[in-house]
Structure formats: C-alpha cells, structure tokens
Write a protein that binds this ligand. Structure first.
Ligand code: GLU
Length: 261
C-alpha cells in the first residue's frame, strides 16, 4: 500500500514539473497591474523646463507632467493617481526595463536605435537640435571656426547627432543640463547641444545665454516609452488614444501655448 502511495505521489510531482516546463510563464498585463495598484508610475525629468521640472513647492510641473496627468485621468478618472520617478537621459531606459516605472515621459526622442529596446507611443511633440551659446558669443553657424568644443548630455541623442552634423568639433559629456550650462558659462565649452524646446526652457531663466541663429540640424519627435512586448500593449493603446484625442481637440496645442510661449 505504502509503495502505491509513494508511486502516486511521484506521478503527481512529475506531472506538475512537466506541465510547468511546458507552459511559458505569462507576464501580467501592465494595464491590469496598473489598475490593481490604483496609480501609474511615470519616469519624468526634474531638470528639463518646460517639460518636466520642480516648481517652488517642489511639485512636478511641465508639458510632460500635464500629459501624464491626462493619461491618469483617462485611466482612473483622477489626474493625481500618479507616482513620478525622476529620470535622466542615461538612466531612463534602464529604470523602465527594470520595472521601476510603467512608462517614461521625459523629452525622449523616438529613434530606431531606442525602438530596438523599448516600445514607443505615437509622437506627442516635435522639436529639433540646436546650440546654446553665451549671449556674447560671435558664433553664427555650425561651421564657425570658433565652435571647437560642444557639451552634450550623456545618453541623449545629441551624443550621436553632433558627431554627424558638426564632425569637426570635440564633444564633452555632462550628466545634467546644469553641469553643461555651468561649463558653457565658465568657457570650458563653446556651446551646449540639445533640443531647441529644452533650450527655450534654459533661456527663459537666464538672459546671459542665447540660441544660435542657424537651422536645427536634427528631427526630435518625442514619444512615451514602454517596456517592449505584449505585456505593455494595452497601456500603450490607451496612451496613443490619449495623444490622438489631445491632438484632435486642441489640448496638445494648448499645452504648447501654456509651456512654450
Ligand atoms: N530628446 C533628446 C533625447 O531623447 C534630448 C533630451 C534629453 O536630454 O532627454 O535624447
């Protein structure tokens, strides 16, 4: 009798192991997970005025923040059902893919290189790269001989685009925009390269700086980034619909007027 019980037990265990091996573990749908949790976790910038930055009360504000709030409103009927996580250009994909954020809304350009590791929404804003100069700078074109050393932010598209558009220049990388702007002001570099929309935010607060009077040398469509795969597809569809609706009803244009006057 004892033998039969042991045999039955072994067959039962083997069955569990075999069925477990055969089935691929289904990752939980991100939209269901977000609904269960009652809030969405969004990676945003805290130093990129007017898209994501902290106001005097230490609250996240900006274009990207308003877009995140509209998404939360569409999901929960509550624009405050969000937890913001600060990200920068060099850590945002890692934070997303390690599950520390459900999505990233952080001045992030949709590029084919990035689309190999994350999924993007449709674009919600279009800008392009240009150069920030000291007000007294005489540089007027990308081929100006005085343009020798350009600062870029690590992990940003400028790292690659400056090499293509201004190949004669030396490039210095900085972790934050504050570091890059300080280097420009102290004469360590001749210009800072990044999106015109971000440079608008910098010159809003600092009249000792200006944007070069030359055409933008890249196209930077901003998108919301998600972990790659089926698991994030439903949430992505909701974000795409939010962006489409905001485009159609003029809300995206109103955000432009509000933050980029
Ligand atoms: N849009 C550019 C990028 O995604 C620059 C903005 C940023 O520093 O995040 O790299």
């Amino acid at each position: 009798m004892k033998k039969y019980i042991i045999l039955a037990f072994l067959i039962f265990i083997t069955g569990i192991v075999i069925s477990g091996c055969g089935k691929k573990q289904q990752p939980m749908d991100l939209y269901d997970m977000v609904l269960d949790r009652g809030k969405i976790v969004v990676g945003v910038k805290d130093d990129a005025k007017p898209f994501g930055f902290l106001d005097k009360d230490n609250q996240y504000v900006g274009f990207d923040i308003d877009l995140a709030k509209q998404i939360a409103k569409n999901i929960f009927g509550d624009e405050n059902a969000i937890e913001f996580v600060p990200v920068n250009a060099s850590n945002r994909i890692m934070l997303l893919n390690s599950g520390q954020a459900d999505m990233i809304i952080a001045t992030m350009t949709i590029s084919s290189q990035r689309a190999a590791v994350v999924d993007f929404s449709i674009p919600y804003y279009y800008t392009g790269q240009t150069l920030l100069l000291n007000q007294k700078s005489k540089i007027t074109s990308l081929s100006d001989p005085n343009l020798k050393n350009i600062g870029v932010i690590f992990g940003s598209t400028a790292e690659k685009m400056v090499r293509i558009a201004i190949p004669q220049c030396m490039i210095t990388g900085y972790k934050t925009y504050i570091d890059a702007v300080t280097a420009l002001k102290t004469g360590e570099i001749d210009a800072v390269a990044t999106d015109e929309a971000i440079l608008f935010g910098i010159i809003m607060d600092d009249k000792s700086l200006k944007i070069i009077k030359a055409p933008k040398y890249s196209k930077e469509p901003y998108g919301v980034a998600f972990r790659k795969g089926e698991e994030t597809k439903r949430l992505r569809a909701i974000v795409d619909k939010t962006i489409t609706d905001m485009n159609d009803n003029g809300d995206l244009n109103n955000l432009k007027k509000k933050w980029l006057k």
